[in-house]
Design a protein around this ligand. Structure first.
Ligand code: IPE
Length: 256
């Protein structure tokens, strides 16, 4: 099984509230479908999640009643995004089954405490493609928490030991600096703990599920559970498909 995360930056415009990119998502779905490989898909929330979640400070837990309406709106928004993603995927022949985390996960103090993994396993065995996504989820300590796509990726990688884990984003991989700001930024071919520690701590925009560093830390943790862990650019046609097929592509390889 190959575990793929479609980052919010590739399926939405992260800077504009609720803007979905149907062309890129449809093309990526087609690339996955053409390989005929067994996959599970996690997608991020992008501008359907982060903006409103930040406004309502959902990542800090529930301390005031009005946050609940904000949480409910974010849940509706990410479901709408998921529906749009799933429609693109099924149009390309992928037999998707949406599994919303709020209905199959429990958080404890911001950490993913329990994920109902049997349901993923059973749909996969049936020959379907489980799809889950960054969501607002019940938290035993904080009331509610943001469950990121990366936390879900880690839990799924841990359980299913995929042959490959692929993070699809809007840049070529992990860079020495922010490539959207610094033209001298260089792509890092192999990312490990040492590389992560040496990266400059400047941020374009820190979102509610943490910085790029938090994301890379999850990836490094996952690298031990899979044959290959890659970060690649989904805006460039063909890269995801080539990576799934095991061909050499421009990407960063994450190792533990
Ligand atoms: C964010 O999930 C979930 C919410 C804000 C509700 P992710 O952290 O996985 O999303 P992206 O990939 O960064 O957009």
């Amino acid at each position: 099984m190959i575990l793929v995360k479609l980052g919010g930056s590739v399926i939405t415009d992260k800077g504009r509230y609720r803007t979905f990119d149907p062309e890129t998502t449809g093309r990526l779905a087609q690339e996955i479908a053409r390989t005929g490989q067994e996959v599970m898909v996690v997608h991020g929330a992008g501008s359907f999640g982060h903006m409103l979640a930040k406004e309502h400070r959902l990542h800090l837990g529930i301390t005031e009643d009005p946050q609940l309406l904000g949480a409910s709106q974010v849940m509706s928004d990410v479901r709408e995004l998921d529906l749009a993603v799933c429609r693109q995927m099924s149009a390309k022949g992928l037999r998707v089954v949406p599994l919303p985390p709020a209905s199959c996960a429990i958080m404890r103090d911001g950490a993913l405490h329990h994920l109902y993994l049997d349901i993923f396993k059973e749909y996969l065995e049936l020959g379907m493609v489980p799809v889950t996504f960054g969501d607002v989820v019940r938290d035993e300590v904080r009331g509610l928490s943001i469950c990121s796509g990366d936390q879900l990726m880690a839990a799924l990688a841990h359980e299913f030991k995929p042959s490959k884990v692929i993070f699809v984003t809007d840049v070529d991989g992990v860079f020495t600096a922010d490539p959207t700001q610094d033209h001298n930024a260089k792509l890092i071919e192999t990312v490990d703990e040492k590389v992560l520690d040496a990266l400059p701590r400047t941020e374009r925009n820190v979102d509610v599920t943490g910085s790029i560093f938090a994301k890379i830390r999850y990836m490094i943790g996952m690298a031990t559970l899979t044959g290959e862990c890659l970060v690649l650019n989904g805006k460039i046609p063909g890269r995801l498909e080539a990576a799934i097929r095991g061909e050499d592509v421009i990407a960063s390889k994450v190792v533990s």
